[in-house]
Write a new protein. Structure first.
Ligand SMILES: Nc1nc2c(c(=O)[nH]1)N[C@H]1C(S)=C(S)[C@@H](COP(=O)(O)O)O[C@H]1N2
Ligand SMILES: [Mo]
Length: 165
């Protein structure tokens, strides 16, 4: 009887720990607002990690000037983000946590073009590793993307996007 209750206590403690360390952490991150979008409508759209991951996903492999060897990026294509949220405009101003800011012409948002990546090799990226959101182009697919103009549009630690004309 005594041994049983002790086992039960150990079991419930382990379960509680799993909930707080495992499940708890995961849902907190899923609920975290990663991106604030301002379009013509005026009301800012705040997207959590879960909401961003629920948008149509695109993956590609490419090398980059910031990483070694081929890397697999997964995210929402800029094109799909604009269409899913019904955002229109000629220009996308992207801003980073460190207040780096760059304008990306909406004409860049094409199929086979840039994505807002949230996974690098199927793993979340920490702020230290250019995450949690990083606009990446499929550099290997087009030499045009292997230029300073597109490197400058490859904004990491992205947290705000404004779409305007
Ligand atoms: N968040 C963030 N993204 C950024 C930058 C930056 O300062 N902060 N610099 C941009 C510029 S101007 C270029 S050319 C490329 C390359 O930067 P690097 O040479 O410092 O790696 O990253 C771009 N993305
Ligand atoms: Mo640059």
């Amino acid at each position: 009887m005594h041994i049983m209750s002790q086992k039960f206590r150990v079991l419930t403690t382990v379960l509680a720990l799993m909930l707080t360390l495992g499940f708890g952490t995961t849902s907190a991150q899923a609920d975290e607002v990663l991106l604030t979008i301002n379009g013509a409508s005026g009301n800012p759209i705040k997207l959590t990690r879960a909401e961003i991951e629920a948008l149509p996903a695109t993956s590609f492999e490419t090398s980059t000037i910031w990483t070694e060897g081929k890397q697999r990026f997964t995210g929402v294509a800029l094109k799909d983000l604009l269409s899913e949220l019904e955002l229109s405009g000629t220009t996308i101003r992207a801003k980073a946590l460190n207040d780096y800011s760059i304008e990306i012409p909406a004409t860049d948002a094409i199929a086979g073009g840039p994505i807002i990546a949230y996974f690098l090799n199927d793993q979340q990226m920490s702020v230290r590793d250019k995450g949690p959101l990083w606009i990446v182009f499929p550099y290997d697919s087009d030499v045009r993307y292997q230029t300073e103009v597109f490197y400058s549009r490859s904004i990491w630690q992205l947290d705000r996007v404004d779409v305007f004309d």
